[in-house]
Design a protein around this ligand. Structure first.
Ligand code: KG4
Ligand code: ZN
Length: 370
């Protein structure tokens, strides 16, 4: 079964063609072709994603990327219908609708966050010989032990979602204000670093840790001890602002202080996310833990979470996504659609949805259970 997927929820335009198979209990995804164009550089001068510009770029990029797929055959078109920036989502939806209508094949609406979860559960397939290299472009999902806890961390989201069984979600906690990626981006801006700020802060933080620079400031750990899996990052951002002011402003910082500042920020975020992940694992009795979204590329966070799970949860399997899949892309959208189709949750004969798909900026996987 082949699915062509389109992703335009934020500032990446992605198209991917995947073939999916079910063999025994495992799902196998082969990426036949994938194209991705990032607009991050264009948005950098606004210090964040500028929705009208994103829309214009997606409209321009989609036909260019699709040119390479136009002679391909596929059984369905999958498209991200939310959450994300509505003007951006609409561009992908309109393109997908036209394509599905022209080919007379089903159009499948995919939740972007489900794409992050499903793709984080998948792992590169290896060849028949254990020592042979990883099979090119083949990823599989096998032996998933439920419940699965997912920590989703991106520019727009920070949430703990529990998947009790395939595609059955409960929200365990979320950010009460800024998403963690947004906090990285805003703090990076205060430190005069480029957008997207996550990778920039991360690089400086590593430098400070490796060189053992003295601390530049002490930042709070918001909601560390509260009795829930919710988090909050806006106070941390304000604390950075005040700390910078107290030190005499950003421009008085030495490069050592700047790096130490970045590492203290990353420590604060890491400490909170590790503590809340521990709580979510305890509360939910999850057997599998995954992280997904752009911030899941953060090396320090990956290491800290891995250490916590290894040290404290013998019976939990931690699946770390490959770096190539953490940021937004269309492969993850195709994998989510294929997983639903292969597991019988969707059918190509009776597509769950048709051509009246709408962009849903605030689409959520699950309501919050209080
Ligand atoms: O999932 P994503 O590509 O797009 C959204 O759906 O938001 O996530 C983008 C976010 C940005 O805020 C970016 O700064 C952050 O992910 N990010 C990182 C790192 N790489 C990307 N944050 C921290 N450390 C990183 N290495
Ligand atoms: Zn995302």
């Amino acid at each position: 079964m082949k699915v062509l997927a389109i992703e335009t929820s934020c500032d990446e335009t992605g198209i991917a063609l995947l073939e999916g198979k079910k063999a025994g209990g495992r799902l196998e995804f082969t990426t036949l072709k994938a194209a991705l164009l990032s607009q991050a550089k264009l948005h950098a001068e606004y210090g964040g994603v500028f929705p009208t510009l994103a829309k214009r770029e997606h409209i321009k990029n989609l036909p260019v990327l699709f040119a390479d797929f136009k002679d391909e055959q596929f059984d369905a078109v999958a498209v991200t219908h939310g959450p994300g920036l509505e003007p951006a989502l609409w561009t992908g939806i309109e393109f997908a609708k036209a394509l599905a209508a022209e080919r007379q094949i089903p159009l499948l609406p995919v939740n972007h966050m489900e794409g992050h979860i499903v793709s984080s559960l998948a792992r590169p397939a290896t060849g028949p010989d254990v020592h042979s290299s990883v099979l090119q472009n083949v990823r599989t999902i096998a032996d998933v032990q439920f419940p699965v806890l997912a920590l989703l961390v991106s520019g727009g989201h920070t949430e703990f979602v529990l998947m009790k069984d395939w595609f059955e979600y409960t929200l365990l906690g979320r950010t009460l204000d800024d998403a963690v990626g947004e906090a990285f981006d805003k703090v990076a801006r205060m430190l005069s670093l480029e957008y997207p700020g996550g990778p920039e802060i991360s690089k400086l933080a590593k430098l400070a840790r490796d060189a053992k620079y003295p601390p530049a400031t002490k930042l709070p750990r918001p909601m560390l001890h509260t009795d829930s899996c919710d988090v909050s990052f806006s106070g941390l951002k304000t604390a950075v602002l005040y700390a910078l002011r107290d030190l005499g402003g950003m421009h008085t910082l030495t490069s050592e202080q700047l790096a130490a500042f970045a590492s203290e920020f990353e420590d604060a975020v890491g400490e909170v996310l590790v503590a809340k992940s521990r709580r979510a694992l305890q509360e939910s009795g999850a057997k599998t833990f995954v992280i997904g979204g752009g911030v899941a590329a953060n090396t320090y966070l990956r290491e800290q979470l891995q250490k916590m799970v290894l040290d404290e949860f013998d019976d939990v399997e931690f699946r770390l996504p490959e770096l190539s899949i953490t940021g937004d892309n269309a492969v993850m959208i195709a994998e989510a659609a294929l997983a639903r189709l292969l597991l019988g949750n969707w059918s190509l004969e009776q597509p769950r949805s048709n051509l009246d798909i709408k962009a849903q900026g605030n689409l959520s996987l699950a309501p919050k259970v209080l």
